[in-house]
Ligand binder design. Structure first.
Ligand SMILES: Nc1ncnc2c1ncn2[C@@H]1O[C@H](COP(=O)(O)OP(=O)(O)OP(=O)(O)O)[C@@H](O)[C@H]1O
Ligand SMILES: NCC(=O)N[C@@H]1O[C@H](COP(=O)([O-])[O-])[C@@H](O)[C@H]1O
Ligand SMILES: [Mg+2]
Length: 389
């Protein structure tokens, strides 16, 4: 295989739109390959800005502001790192020859649940939960009645569980409606109502794509609380049939979206049935565990895929991750970490976010062990040994 790598020059410019914990790891990997990193986010001193060569504080939902910063820097690659980005700016930058990862249309589809759901279920015929889209309270009631209880109500544009609820009875619809409107991270003008899938477990199937191939990481199991991940582990034990179906679904969605980069394909598994839930065209939070389990983490694979380099890696050891979420506000977040956390098989990564707020993810604990079950057990114990001062 002959790959045309752009590594002839050491001044490839990579712009991160969103500079949180995931972007920080991407920035580290990009720096290691001699790329220049420009970090952009809505606030100063965001984690990736601590690594980047240059940074900008910009309202990324504002088309003109975002386009200005992209065109001023003219990066070789723009890597969206969060969902709340002005999509028109990305389309316009792309039309001017700037390479958006994986491509502006894929970002457009995945930032809106309606777009990605219609694409996955109706164009690619992937199995998903049943669903309805609604914009009025009356239609929400009708959709909940149609899909039955429990059902899941989500704003079409949001992330990390914001504005999302499980509705168990007709009486709870009003609370779900109000919560969607008040808590959405994007826009709650339209909502999706999904059939509740009583899955046995859920996974993220990290899938890296360059111009030649798609490679899959071993499946990552995870536990969510309020729509945000708290524990993940790799590898998740699955039946051969379910794993094969999961990879087939992931291949279809990733090839359907096109472009290069890593994708976090979220799937629900019940017996041997696999349901497509959603996909991030960027590293996935549950994939932080690959920092300890794989020879090339999801962040290293992302950069390799972006640069169209080979995507080989090894699964080195089973492992688990535990998200450290703040329990209070703090403008000088300092950590109290007990000695046990620094064992030979565990480490704690502090993201360096300048402010803590209740539930904000501030760090991640990584553990390796003989099995992912044992790693998870240890992660559950050790995460309680870390506190915000
Ligand atoms: N239809 C469903 N049936 C059962 N559980 C669901 C359903 N939809 C979502 N969930 C649960 O809620 C979690 C969050 O949902 P989803 O991934 O759609 O939201 P999100 O806000 O995009 O989260 P993130 O951005 O962290 O991935 C899922 O990982 C799953 O545990
Ligand atoms: N599920 C998406 C996800 O994990 N995104 C990660 O969280 C950051 C935002 O954190 P913040 O809300 O604490 O600023 C994002 O920048 C990204 O790194
Ligand atoms: Mg999700």
């Amino acid at each position: 295989m002959v790959l045309t790598t752009p590594l002839k020059s050491n001044s490839i410019k990579i712009m991160l739109l969103g500079s949180g914990e995931l972007g920080k790891e991407v920035a580290i990997e990009a720096n290691r390959l001699g790329c220049e990193v420009i970090a952009v986010d809505r606030y100063a001193n965001a984690p990736a800005m601590l690594i980047a060569q240059k940074s900008y504080v910009v309202d990324m939902k504002n088309k003109d502001a975002l386009l200005d910063v992209i065109l001023r820097e003219k990066p070789d690659f723009v890597l969206p790192e969060i969902e709340a980005i002005n999509i028109e700016a990305l389309f316009e930058a792309e039309s001017k020859g700037i390479h958006i990862i994986p491509n502006a249309e894929a970002v457009n589809k995945t930032m809106n649940r309606k777009n990605i759901r219609v694409f996955a279920a109706e164009k690619l015929n992937l199995p998903t939960s049943k669903y309805e889209f609604v914009s009025t309270y009356e239609d929400l009631e009708a959709a909940c009645e149609k899909l039955g209880y429990p059902c899941v109500v989500k704003p079409v544009m949001s992330s990390s569980g914001h504005g999302q609820s499980i509705v168990k009875s007709k009486e709870e619809i009003i609370t779900a409606w109000e919560f969607a409107k008040s808590d959405a991270r994007g826009s709650a003008d339209e909502l999706i109502v999904e059939e509740f899938i009583d899955f046995d477990y859920e996974i993220t199937l990290l899938s890296a794509k360059n111009d030649e191939e798609v490679v899959f990481c071993p499946p990552i199991g995870h536990i969510q609380s309020g729509g945000d991940y708290i524990f993940s582990w790799q590898e998740m034990e699955m039946s051969e049939v379910a794993l094969k179906k999961a990879q087939e679904i992931a291949k279809k969605i990733v090839e359907g979206l096109g472009g290069r980069g890593i994708f976090g394909v979220e799937l629900f598994i019940k017996g041997d049935e696999v349901y497509f839930s959603e996909v991030s065209p960027r590293p996935h939070d549950t994939g932080l565990v690959t920092l300890i389990t794989q020879s090339q983490s999801e962040f290293a694979l992302h950069i390799r895929a972006v640069l169209n380099l080979p995507l080989g890696f090894e699964f080195l050891t089973p492992g688990a991750s535990a998200a450290f979420r703040a329990n209070k506000d703090s403008y000088i977040p300092t950590f109290e970490i007990e000695k046990e956390v620094f064992s030979k098989n565990s480490r704690f990564i502090i993201f360096g976010k300048p402010e803590a707020h209740p539930k904000r993810r501030m760090g991640v604990l990584l553990v390796s062990d003989k099995s992912s079950k044992e790693a998870l057990q240890k992660a559950k114990l050790l995460i309680d040994k870390i506190k915000l001062k």
